[in-house]
Design a binder for this molecule. Structure first.
Ligand code: SF4
Length: 361
């Protein structure tokens, strides 16, 4: 039976919202303070009574601790409001997720032990929010492909919902894309505070996704995030129509990183059942399936950040994949990949016949 009348259903999993991240330090560079969007962020931060530091120069300093782990601890408690450098206005493609990526921030307050940012961002993992957002958004139209819909991914270097209460930048992106023809926004999160997004004029131009995983992975490796059940409740709220004239958002599930663990069939079956229980109504739904991988660099950084981690990063059990720039990454062996892929494609088709699987990787 379809249940579209209420935003909450009784879940079979515990719903634990993420605590809103409250940084211990908020630093503003002079350039960021001059930006109207920087002032808007300042108002939010001051309303939350967070301590603000005005930096003398447009450089971040004072983030290094006595060890790499201490630097990590300091950085993950710090929000730096900065202006994105001119290079941020030169967009890169991001296949298979979207045509282009752009960034409203870099860094994330959560503590996932497999975090892909470990291999892509360098330096202390301080959370940097960009104060020149209007300039970043205005630049996007230069990348629009004529005669077709161009997609833009905004969550490659951050979890935009995890810092939304401090920046308001995700809502601004959604409003911007709502007014554009032929330009679609995509974002993904492991947080659940979506109430401020529900009534935005998105025009169906933004696809909201949550990243989910089987209980042994999310419970052990995803510190500081909302529980999977809470993420799914958030996705449900986003997908439900708000009024006869305001439809729900297109939504998506990113199942990542898919890992082989004891009883993985049982655990991932349970995850898919929970998704199916929560999304018990017709909606525009996609799936993205990403198997676990790591690089020599990401392994080195992650083992510095999480020296006690039990995350499986044993090169001996993986295949090496090389990219065109000579970089290597470690992925599951071909037969394991095949088994995982067949399982997900079959079980998703069975439960969600109308949903599209965008890619497996
Ligand atoms: S939520 Fe995403 S970006 Fe944030 S720590 Fe986890 S994996 Fe990294």
């Amino acid at each position: 039976m379809q249940n579209t009348n209420t935003a909450v259903i009784t879940p079979s999993q515990p719903v634990r919202s993420a605590r809103l991240w409250m940084p211990e330090r908020v630093m503003f560079t002079p350039a960021a303070s001059e930006e109207p969007w920087g002032q808007q962020i300042l108002s939010r931060v001051q309303a939350l009574n967070l301590p603000v530091e005005e930096l003398p120069r447009n450089r971040l300093t004072g983030l290094r601790g006595e060890s790499d782990r201490a630097t990590y601890d300091i950085s993950k408690r710090t929000l730096a409001v900065v202006t994105a450098p001119p290079s941020a206005l030169k967009l890169s493609p991001i296949p298979p997720s979207a045509d282009w990526q752009f960034h409203l921030a870099e860094g994330c307050p959560a503590h996932c032990q497999y975090c892909y940012l470990a291999g892509s961002l360098s330096g202390p993992p301080v959370i940097r929010a960009f104060a020149n957002l209007p300039q970043i958004l205005d630049n996007l139209t230069h990348y629009k492909q004529p005669g077709q819909t161009t997609s833009y991914e905004v969550s490659c270097y951050t979890d935009p919902l995890g810092i939304e209460h401090l920046t308001g930048s995700l809502a601004e992106c959604i409003r911007y894309f709502g007014q554009q023809e032929g330009m679609h926004l995509r974002w993904v999160s492991k947080f659940d505070a979506v109430d401020g997004l529900l009534d935005l004029p998105h025009n169906g131009h933004t696809r909201c996704r949550v990243s989910v995983n089987a209980a042994p992975i999310s419970g052990r490796f995803e510190g500081g995030t909302a529980s999977v059940a809470a993420r799914l409740q958030a996705l449900r709220k986003l997908a439900l129509p708000r009024s006869p004239s305001q439809g729900g958002y297109p939504i998506g599930l990113v199942i990542a990183p898919i890992m082989v663990m004891d009883d993985w069939v049982e655990h991932y079956t349970h995850l898919l059942d929970t998704i199916s229980e929560t999304l018990d109504f017709d909606c525009d739904l996609t799936f993205e399936l990403i198997s676990h991988r790591f690089t020599p660099k990401s392994k080195e950084v992650l083992t510095t950040w999480y020296p006690q981690t039990k995350l499986d990063m044993d090169e001996a059990t993986r295949s090496v994949k090389r990219n065109k720039f000579g970089g290597t990454k470690y992925v599951y062996e071909a037969d394991v990949m095949k088994e995982l892929r067949q399982f997900f494609e079959r079980e998703i088709a069975r439960r969600f016949p109308k949903a599209q699987i965008l890619y497996w990787t």
